[in-house]
Write a protein that binds this ligand. Structure first.
Ligand SMILES: [Zn+2]
Length: 208
């Protein structure tokens, strides 16, 4: 399958100025203090999953539910970006996983940073995404802390669909170098550059 060309991303077109990804900041974004996180994310502890090759890269399909601001979203698909798309105070991470949720007509992208370290030796992700291991607990992608950023943007791949509620957890999940390599092989350098804020509000919901 031919994949979209990230070298030509300057030519990608969206019908909105509020695009994704963006540079996030714990200092400059609008800080909202919370007594506890408003996010409840549940995945079956073990589930079979499937994948398909799409022009925007391999997409994985699994079950999951997100309860967020009194709405229940269902997981539609998820995928990886080799090199994070968002950054926090100019810091980028090894990779980023995007869970795409729907609730009726609303689409929400739930993004989690992955940071590789040689000290971490578990290879859950490469076992799952490369081999035909069909049992997966998506909980491996969740950090303990659920502080998060929220803004309205687009999908980060053409056709850059607009009005996407975007939630980005601020705490990265630690992965092994082997897992980082596996993501790189399947999704080589598929990260879009950060886009201008164009005066949109960006919130940082912190429990600290
Ligand atoms: Zn994505």
């Amino acid at each position: 399958m031919r994949h979209i060309n990230y070298e030509k991303q300057d030519d990608w077109y969206a019908d909105t100025d509020w695009q994704s990804p963006i540079a996030l900041s714990k200092v400059d974004n609008v800080i909202q203090k919370l007594s506890k996180s408003q996010i409840s994310l549940t995945f079956p502890t073990e589930q079979a999953f499937a994948f398909e090759e799409w022009e925007i890269g391999r997409q994985y399909f699994a079950d999951g539910k997100l309860l967020y601001k009194d709405k229940t979203y269902n997981l539609v698909r998820f995928h990886f970006h080799d090199g994070s798309e968002h950054c926090i105070d100019s810091e980028f991470f090894s990779a980023e996983v995007h869970f795409v949720f729907r609730c009726e007509e609303d689409t929400l992208v739930f993004a989690i940073f992955l940071e590789a370290t040689s000290k971490f030796q578990k290879h859950d992700i490469s076992d799952v995404i490369c081999k035909n291991t069909k049992i997966l607990n998506l909980g491996i992608f969740l950090p303990k802390n659920f502080d998060y950023f929220e803004y309205v943007g687009t999908l980060t791949t053409p056709p850059l669909m607009r009005d996407i509620q975007t939630v980005v957890l601020s705490t990265p999940v630690v992965i092994s170098n082997q897992d980082k390599q596996a993501i790189h092989q399947l999704f080589p350098n598929n990260h879009r550059q950060t886009q201008s804020l164009n005066k949109r509000p960006v919130y940082f919901y912190s429990t600290e």
